[in-house]
Design a protein around this ligand. Structure first.
Ligand code: CO
Ligand code: CO
Length: 289
């Protein structure tokens, strides 16, 4: 019923100046994310990370996520996060993902252009939205020198050229944001973000949204999708720890452990949705879909 393309969600977010929350989910948390979005009346992107999809059969992940999206009251996209090659993107499309990310950010520039263009040309034939990455969003746990951190940032002029050369729908940018938990206080380069926004006509995506300061300012400067994973994982682990500490070690039903953990995760999801300005936006997306 409300499985929609990521392009539709991001166009609505751009028009109404908010960011669609993109949550990394596993088999244990797909429904949790859908419920959080329904309770906040928010559009949502359910993401499978390629690393996790090596643990779970990608066909099972896709079938369950599509079913959850189809029965949801809010518009939901099903997205592959950090696809590392053409082949995995095609596999995801075959499984029914409505969008894919091809991450060629670790490759030389021309190779990134080539692989991204190849995915775009193929995906667009079947109406699948494509996200790519330029610059490199590193890990918050990495110790970077100032020069290295600067080197990884997205260059606005190169971004303009990249988007023209590839026809990509959405671009993940590196403007001081990092994946996972930050070892040092991160600093977002909002001027750079604004410059990129002024030079490209595709949607702008912020990865590594957990613990990143000034997210509302980034949204005001044109970011329409923010990926969140680490904050959710921490909430989940915290929930499990509390259960294990407070309950004697007796045999117990699996749900007794998992439900408090996914409930804790859901609260973080809902707070994130509100911070992104996405609550209450679902109804008007459906009108256009
Ligand atoms: Co990422
Ligand atoms: Co509108």
């Amino acid at each position: 019923m409300s499985l929609v393309s990521m392009n539709v969600l991001l166009a609505h977010a751009r028009e109404h100046r908010y960011a669609v929350p993109a949550f990394t989910v596993n088999l244990e948390s797909i429904e949790t994310a859908a419920r959080a979005a329904e309770e906040e009346d928010s559009p949502i992107i359910l993401m499978g990370w390629e690393g996790d999809l090596q643990r779970t059969d990608i066909r099972h992940w896709a079938a369950l996520t599509r079913a959850v999206a189809q029965s949801s009251r809010v518009p939901t996209a099903v997205h592959l996060d950090h696809g590392t090659c053409f082949r995995i993107c095609m596999e995801a499309i075959q499984c029914g993902f409505t969008s894919v990310m091809i991450d060629g950010s670790g490759k030389p520039y021309q190779e990134n252009v080539a692989v991204t263009r190849k995915v775009v040309e193929t995906a667009h034939v079947v109406g699948v939205t494509v996200e790519a990455e330029l610059g490199r969003v590193g890990q918050g746990s990495e110790k970077l020198t100032k020069a290295e951190a600067q080197q990884m940032m997205t260059d606005p002029d190169q971004a303009a050229e990249f988007v023209r050369a590839t026809g990509v729908d959405a671009l993940a940018v590196a403007v001081g944001n990092l994946h996972g938990l930050y070892k040092y206080e991160p600093k977002l380069d909002l001027e750079r973000l604004e410059e990129i926004r002024n030079k490209v006509d595709c949607f702008i995506v912020l990865h590594g949204g957990s613990g990143t300061p000034r997210r509302p300012e980034a949204i005001a400067r044109g970011v329409t999708k923010i990926n969140v994973a680490a904050d959710l994982q921490l909430a989940f682990l915290g929930g499990i720890r509390r259960v294990l500490e407070n309950v004697p070690a007796t045999p117990r039903y699996q749900a007794n452990v998992l439900v408090p953990a996914t409930d804790a995760m859901k609260e973080v999801m809902k707070a994130t949705i509100r911070e992104f300005g996405a609550c209450g936006q679902a109804a008007t997306v459906l009108l256009r879909a």
